[in-house]
Design a protein around this ligand. Structure first.
Ligand SMILES: [Zn+2]
Ligand SMILES: [Zn+2]
Length: 424
């Protein structure tokens, strides 16, 4: 008999799922509680639990942040970009233990979208979804007696979000031929139902206008938020402006760029149509920020011109962090009246919120011109309902990764499905 255990399902960070069949035990995600959470991270007894494999949905810390605690004998599964992003983080934080794990091919197994693999008697298929992480997956687990879908974090308003329902119907449900018994669905936005959805496409339009008016832009954005980086990159590029970043951020962007090249090759080889707005991740004109060096080393033609001169002449979008250390980067271009765009969750700036970040707030208060533009990484109430209606689970629906699970019952879902919502 299949058993499903959900730990910390009633909070946004550190939600962990364990699925057991008669032969195998598989964990989905092993991340940390969100910063500012009062409770301790879950104490998991690896000794007695005998987990056979851990599947990571994506590289956000609340899903993968505790991977070093997993016993060495347990294989871990993740997307290639997730592995690369985590490796770059470990490299720059000089975390040798993490690097050792991430470099170990006997330990880390790279998953591919729609390619099934088995852990004993459980057949597992990952499906790529749109999220603020580049390669985020839903997992379909088929045990001898149950079919379970774990959504991970997802949304529909990013650059690759439009195809989600079609993907569920065609690949997961096989046009109704495959039934899903149990659905575990993320519900981050259930506590933010009144929040207006601002899509990456809307933000792209606004960004194009922004760069028409301001040619000197400092961008505060997560170094791993590929979609938002792509939005600003594309908008700057349309206005003949290049993007620059700290070499760490540049290295992360290179992972997205390489993945895009691989994706393009695969669709040409398999004669498929690209799905979603994939071309947006080309990141051709992004350079590591070395102002005194000649830009020629980074793709421009003139040898005797420094990067700073190019930036002053053409304009720039320079990715920074909300950190005092970056103040001197802004000061260097003060005479040009640059603007600072904050493109991260506004909760970090709200003193009433648990995740309030005093440093971010102080940094932004010290900047002269600040604009706020940000898209959420999570599914809207409307999309949550659409996913539930198309997955049409036969037995049960468990809200996870949410602080307001009860709201799920109020969504626009089919009546017979509403009765299947359960809480663990
Ligand atoms: Zn996430
Ligand atoms: Zn999350």
């Amino acid at each position: 008999m299949t058993d499903i255990k959900i730990y910390n399902g009633n909070q946004i960070g550190g939600c962990i799922t364990v699925v057991s069949s008669s032969e195998a035990k598989v964990m989905i995600d092993f991340g940390k509680n969100l910063p500012g959470t009062e409770t301790e991270n879950l104490a998991f007894d690896w000794e007695t639990e005998n987990v056979d494999a851990v599947l990571f949905t994506h590289y956000h810390g609340d899903h993968i942040g505790r991977f070093k605690e997993i016993p060495r004998s347990v294989p871990v599964y993740m997307g290639r970009v997730t592995r690369q992003v985590m490796t770059t983080i470990a490299k720059y934080t000089q975390d040798t233990e993490a690097l050792q794990i991430l470099h170990d091919d006997t330990r880390v197994h790279e998953i591919k979208a729609a390619k099934s693999f088995a852990v004993k008697d459980i057949c597992i298929t990952p499906y790529l979804v749109d999220h603020s992480a580049f390669d985020a997956y839903m997992y379909l687990l088929e045990t001898p007696d149950k079919t379970i879908l774990h959504t991970g974090d997802f949304r529909g308003h990013g650059h690759r979000g439009k195809s989600l329902i079609n993907m569920i119907n065609t690949y997961i449900r096989r046009n109704g031929k495959r039934k899903v018994d149990v659905l575990l669905i993320e519900g981050t936005m259930l506590s933010r139902l009144t929040e207006k959805v601002y899509s990456e496409a809307d933000m792209l339009k606004d960004c194009i206008r922004l760069f028409e008016e301001h040619r000197y832009v400092f961008l505060i954005c997560s170094s791993t938020n590929a979609d938002t980086l792509a939005t600003f990159y594309k908008a700057a590029n349309r206005n003949g402006i290049k993007m620059f970043a700290h070499r760490y951020v540049y290295e992360q962007i290179c992972h997205f760029k390489e993945a895009e090249i691989e994706y393009r090759k695969s669709i040409i080889k398999n004669r498929k149509k690209a799905c979603g707005n994939h071309g947006i991740y080309d990141f051709k004109y992004v350079y590591p920020y070395y102002p005194s060096k000649g830009i020629s080393a980074y793709g421009a033609s003139k040898k005797d011109v420094t990067q700073e001169e190019i930036m002053r002449d053409e304009g720039f979008c320079l990715v920074i962090k909300a950190d005092e250390a970056y103040k001197k980067w802004i000061d260097k271009f003060k005479d040009l009246n640059p603007i600072v765009v904050y493109s991260m969750w506004e909760g970090y700036l709200n003193p009433k919120h648990n995740a309030y970040n005093e440093k971010y707030k102080a940094f932004l208060d010290s900047c002269d011109h600040v604009q706020y533009m940000h898209t959420s990484g999570h599914a809207t109430a409307k999309l949550l309902a659409e996913v539930i209606n198309s997955v049409e689970p036969t037995e049960s629906i468990y809200p996870i990764h949410t602080e307001n699970a009860k709201e799920l019952e109020r969504l626009n879902i089919k009546e017979e499905l509403r009765g299947k919502i359960l809480y663990k």
